[in-house]
Design a protein around this ligand. Structure first.
Ligand code: SF4
Length: 278
């Protein structure tokens, strides 16, 4: 099958062979546009009976309605939907880190994204293993809607690989980035052609969707998040103030980025992601 949105054969032959052999296609779904477009494309190549949609809930930290948006798309397609929950939250992780090591940066960084591994990847992999075992799937293709256009780092991501860590004697696990080649316009086009709506945050001007305040987000999304979620914003600003470290990878405090200040929170003495000099 040739997908006009791809320059090369899509899906790769190996994917087609594994689907024919009964592999489970797992569609990771944040509620964002890339996940949504990816699921639309996956439904073109896989029987629904071989699909699972999984959402890592970030609790209060994620945009309201993200879980429901992902669930609605799955339900509309007649697909099973599973929510993966971590036993901790991002702000809880930051508090715990600060309590145990106040001398080192308390927040996750682009280089050390414990938030992704502990709050998303780990819980998702646990739920996928459980689902595959319960339903007798021995091959898993775990799909993520990451795109090359998003960053130089993502452009270098390996689009197809066997995941040796999650592969066992009785289970083969592959990781696939099905829409790595999509540009932004193609994502929106796929959703429009499918007759689907985006999560409302895009209508409010957001570029991306996941945690309301992401360590990697652009200033537009952070400001939008602060305007629409003032109570959560205040908790982030207060925790920046308490830890003395900035949340964002730019090493600027949230009020500096958004221009929205919280009464009683001074930005004086704010440290950055960098370790303090000895
Ligand atoms: S959305 Fe950003 S802050 Fe939230 S878990 Fe992912 S990388 Fe971390």
């Amino acid at each position: 099958m040739q997908n006009p949105l791809f320059e090369t054969q899509w899906p790769p032959d190996e994917v087609q062979d594994l689907i024919r052999a009964g592999a489970l296609i797992v569609s990771n779904h944040s509620g964002g546009k890339d996940s949504q477009a990816m699921l639309i494309e996956l439904l073109k190549i896989s029987p629904a009976a071989q699909m699972l949609v999984v959402h890592a809930s970030l609790g209060e930290m994620e945009w309201p309605g993200a879980l429901e948006h992902a669930e609605q798309q799955a339900r509309n397609a007649g697909l099973p939907f599973v929510v993966a929950r971590a036993n901790k939250t991002l702000l809880g992780m930051v508090e715990a880190r600060f309590d145990s090591r106040p001398d080192v940066p308390s927040w996750p960084s682009a280089q050390h994204r414990q938030c992704t591994s502990d709050l998303k990847r780990g819980p998702i992999e646990r739920e996928v293993r459980r689902y595959a075992k319960e339903h007798g799937f021995q091959t898993i293709i775990n799909c993520v809607g990451l795109r090359a256009e998003e960053s130089p780092r993502r452009a270098k991501a390996i689009t197809w690989r066997k995941n040796e860590t999650n592969t066992t004697q009785s289970r083969a696990w592959f990781d696939w980035l099905p829409i790595h080649h999509f540009n932004r316009d193609q994502v929106f086009e796929a959703i429009r052609e499918a007759g689907q709506e985006l999560h409302p945050a895009y209508g409010l001007g957001n570029d991306r969707l996941s945690c309301v305040f992401c360590i990697l987000a652009n200033s537009n999304d952070l400001r939008n998040g602060a305007v629409r979620n003032p109570e959560l914003y205040q908790r982030y600003v207060e925790l920046e103030q308490k830890t003395g470290y900035t949340m964002h990878q730019s090493r600027r405090s949230l009020p500096e980025i958004t221009g929205i200040h919280i009464d009683g929170c001074s930005q004086e003495g704010q440290r950055t992601h960098e370790k303090k000099p000895e």
